[in-house]
Design a protein. Structure first.
Lengths: 189, 327
């Protein structure tokens, strides 16, 4: 499907050189008696870099078939992360570079949102908050509840998360995956 | 149906300021002995321009078949009818009316907008610029306009002589300046490349202190202005800019009906090349010019943009009661 310049708007997903882009800013300008110009800022939906592009009335861009689907993380095999679509039970393999920082939060069976471009997995987003188990950290002094001092803790995914001094080995902690920040200690039944 | 779009977009305070602006404009023309006129918004004729797309309206012969009937055009400006009034004997006329242009929506565009348009016989381009400058001073209080030729503006802000530079040189210059060139603009499209340079490098500087009137456009951008001189021949066309925003377009008006026909044919061919329908070349204006249009200058000014600047708003939506998404 093609989008004509008259369809252009913020939030539209289009293809440039075979890669999906999101129109993040859009400006209609028309010089004097001249042709309409559509000035766009576009964000690459895979690599995150942005482009400034100007289109003229009558030009068009291929629509990007980008869809999001619910899936769960199954397991890691070598450098590949294996996910399953919760509805179709299709399995997808994502390389480490496509998974990006999300690997830090992926535990077996975790529900994620997979973004597909032309039916190929592109990126995966874990839930905004996940619970991870601390496997190793330096012990904190008893009774020390200071929250402004952090220390690294190794969690069950193998990632290091900065946690307050009072967190101990075996604790379960809630982490915000958007920032990578520790949120709180949680009790797991 | 429920929606968030029923209330007015502009505040009532803004609408009151807009009403005051209209009064000021009417007083200005009244003092200058102009007569306010009203001409049809629906006409069999329409201005033929490569990049102005009029909205077609069907006047049904039979109300049971509203899609079938005579084709009329919502006017992109009241130019044709106002010139017919001049050919009918009027001397100095102005109009404040709605104009319509398909496909134009943005910070400075609404498909239906308000135009202030005026004509005075006996005026040459400089008299036309003078009157526009006075109206700009009165309504915006940013002083009288500084006059700058199109050529000097391009030399000053883009280091390009628009009349001398070749297409390939211009393309090279745009690439050097890191300006993204739309794929459909080729080296043959000299005006397309100049427009791009105007938008990116020239326009942002125009009218930052006081209003600026750009004049003596390339002959290829004459539209309905007279072309004069040689080496280079330039169009007796002028535009008002304030804070980098184009506010008005004026001409020392083309009088020769043969030239009108010639330009219409050329423009229609360009429209066809762009995949657009040609527009009717036979018109009442052509007949009026064959009868005799007196020498005159005319200007069309976008009232919504003027109000936006006068009231210090960021988009014309903020000075419209109901912009197109609420219409």
């Amino acid at each position: 499907m093609q989008y004509n310049t008259s369809d252009f708007r913020k939030g539209l997903k289009v293809q440039i050189n075979g890669e999906p882009y999101l129109i993040t800013e859009f400006n209609f300008v028309k010089p004097g008696k001249g042709s309409a110009l559509y000035k766009c800022k576009l964000k690459n939906m895979i690599r995150g870099n942005t482009l400034d592009r100007t289109y003229r009335g009558g030009e068009s861009l291929e629509a990007a078939d980008v869809e999001e689907t619910d899936c769960q993380f199954l397991y890691k095999q070598g450098d590949m992360f294996v996910f399953m679509d919760n509805e179709t039970f299709d399995q997808y393999e994502l390389s480490a570079d496509k998974v990006g920082d999300a690997w830090k939060y992926l535990t077996d069976g975790m529900k994620c949102i997979m973004t597909l471009f032309n039916e190929n997995p592109m990126t995966v987003a874990p839930p905004n908050h996940v619970v991870l188990k601390v496997e190793y950290c330096e012990p904190g002094a008893k009774g020390d509840t200071a929250t402004n001092v952090n220390k690294p803790a190794k969690v069950d995914t193998g990632a290091e998360i900065l946690v307050p001094i009072f967190v101990n080995i075996g604790d379960n902690i809630r982490v915000d995956t958007r920032t990578g920040d520790y949120v709180e200690r949680v009790k797991v039944k | 149906m429920t929606s968030e779009t029923w209330p007015a977009k502009a505040s009532l305070e803004t609408l009151e300021q807009r009403a005051q602006l209209l009064k000021t404009i009417r007083q200005f023309f009244d003092t200058q002995k102009f007569i306010e006129v009203e001409t049809p918004l629906l006409s069999r004729d329409t201005v033929i321009d490569q990049y102005l797309d009029p909205i077609a309206v069907t006047l049904p012969n039979d109300p049971r078949h509203p899609q079938q009937g005579k084709n009329y055009w919502l006017q992109t400006s009241p130019e044709f009818c106002m010139k017919r009034l001049l050919a009918s004997g009027a001397d100095a006329i102005y109009q404040i009316c709605k104009a319509f242009r398909a496909g134009e929506t943005g910070r400075l565009h609404n498909p239906e907008f308000t135009m202030v348009e005026w004509y005075r016989t006996g005026d040459d381009m400089h008299a036309g610029m003078e009157l526009l400058s006075e109206l700009a001073d009165l309504t915006l209080k940013r002083g009288l306009a500084q006059k700058l030729t199109y050529q000097n503006a391009f030399l000053k802000y883009a280091d390009v002589d628009p009349h001398e530079i070749t297409g390939p040189q211009l393309m090279q210059r745009l690439i050097e300046m890191n300006i993204d060139i739309p794929a459909s603009i080729t080296v043959e499209d000299h005006d397309g490349l100049l427009d791009l340079l105007l938008v990116e490098k020239v326009q942002p500087h125009l009218g930052t202190h006081c209003p600026v009137i750009l004049y003596n456009y390339p002959a290829t951008q004459a539209a309905l202005a007279q072309v004069r001189g040689t080496n280079p021949a330039v169009a007796q066309r002028f535009e008002l800019y304030v804070k980098g925003i184009e506010l008005a377009n004026g001409y020392c008006e083309l009088l020769d009906p043969a030239l009108l026909q010639e330009r219409n044919q050329k423009t229609n061919q360009l429209r066809i090349n762009d995949g657009k329908p040609p527009l009717p070349e036979a018109s009442h204006l052509l007949e009026a010019m064959q009868h005799g249009l007196p020498a005159c200058a005319g200007v069309a000014l976008g009232l919504d943009r003027l109000a936006m600047l006068a009231i210090d708003k960021q988009s014309i939506d903020e000075v419209l009661a109901f912009p197109i998404d609420r219409a």
